[in-house]
Design a binder for this molecule. Sequence first.
Ligand SMILES: Cc1ncc(COP(=O)(O)O)c(CNc2co[nH]c2=O)c1O
Length: 412
Amino acid sequence: QSPLDVERVREDFPILDREVGDGVPLVYFDNAATTQTPNEVIDTFGDYYRGYNANVHRGIHQLSQEASIAYEEAHDRLAEFVGASGEREEMIFTKNTTEAANLVAYAWGLNELGEGDEIVLTEMEHHSTLVTWQQMAKRTGAEVKYIRVDPEDGSLDMEHAKELIGPDTAMVSVVHVSNVLGTVNPLSELADMAHEHDALIFGDGAQAVPNRPVDVEDLDVDFYAFSGHKMAGPTGVGGLYGKKAILEEMEPFMYGGEMIRRVTYEDSSWNDLPWKYEAGTPLIAEGIAFAVAADYLDDLGLKNIRAHEERVTAEAYDRLSRIDGLEIYGPREDEERAGLVSFNLDGVHAHDLSSILNDHGVAIRAGDHCTQPLHQKMDIAASVRASFYLYNTVEELDALVEGIESAKDIFA
Ligand SMILES: Cc1ncc(COP(=O)(O)O)c(CNc2co[nH]c2=O)c1O
């Protein structure tokens, strides 16, 4: 029995009633790419643009004050959502997780990294962090090293992590939950290892924040990034948590209005946190809707969402593992796994399988999921990924299994 009343929850997501193709019911299993948006979040946009649309931070008039208060308080809400006690001063709104990683790489990395410094990543990093730190290393003369991933169960080789993280390590950047394997990495343990050597740690929380309680202070990460569109919120807004002392010391790398205090022809000084890192007119409605998404998830309960997702994922794993010729990647059935299952079917290319599944109404993702090095390491050109969220049901798995069996009849 799920801790969520899923049938009632699904009423909040009108898109889930859609039919696709020849009138086939939509089965949305692409939540690791982006989640669907509840009415409460959608309605925020209409309320804002009909009721209090104005530019923020500067206006004296009432509309600007209303918009400013809503936008600024949204920062407090997202800080609270991830356990940041510094409230808005530790919560920068970016466009997404990718931009958050780039902000840290440019604002911190460009100034702090040099020859001899090492950046420790994992082999399962998403391109948003892997390419960012790889290119920042090339620009600064730093060196990137990768913690090995065990291809058998997608686990991180922590003995190898202990070898790599040392006195030359300046930054450790780790995906909290892999968007391909479903592996949940021991971020807190890696933070301790980084701090033992006075290195900083960046946590990529894109696949963690939506579906489990995250407390950045318990984790003791220095930075932690996540995206609104992956947690029932809008695209265009993400959160970058940073420890206040680090954000105070760091120099901004995007300049302009909002982020300044005083400007002369000779020099400029910066605004308070977090505005110092939010140059120009922000995504105001998106930021306000981001906080509504956090409220929506907290009303359902992140522990309930996690338990529901575990139930659907366990059933998916069990049913997929019974299909001959289907190989599942990542943690084994008895190991902790986030709400996704990536796999391949013998004799059927991932793109062909996803096309057949689409004909059955099933929306999944096929490809490299922005982790090309990981796929190369696993010696697979691509993979098919089914990813679940709070509104999916065990019954929806029937369409997935039927679609796979249909693909076997056609291709295998
Ligand atoms: C682990 C991880 N990190 C970072 C990102 C980047 O997030 P963004 O900046 O909001 O795009 C993603 C998005 N992952 C995926 C986006 O589409 N399919 C995916 O698996 C992700 O899964």
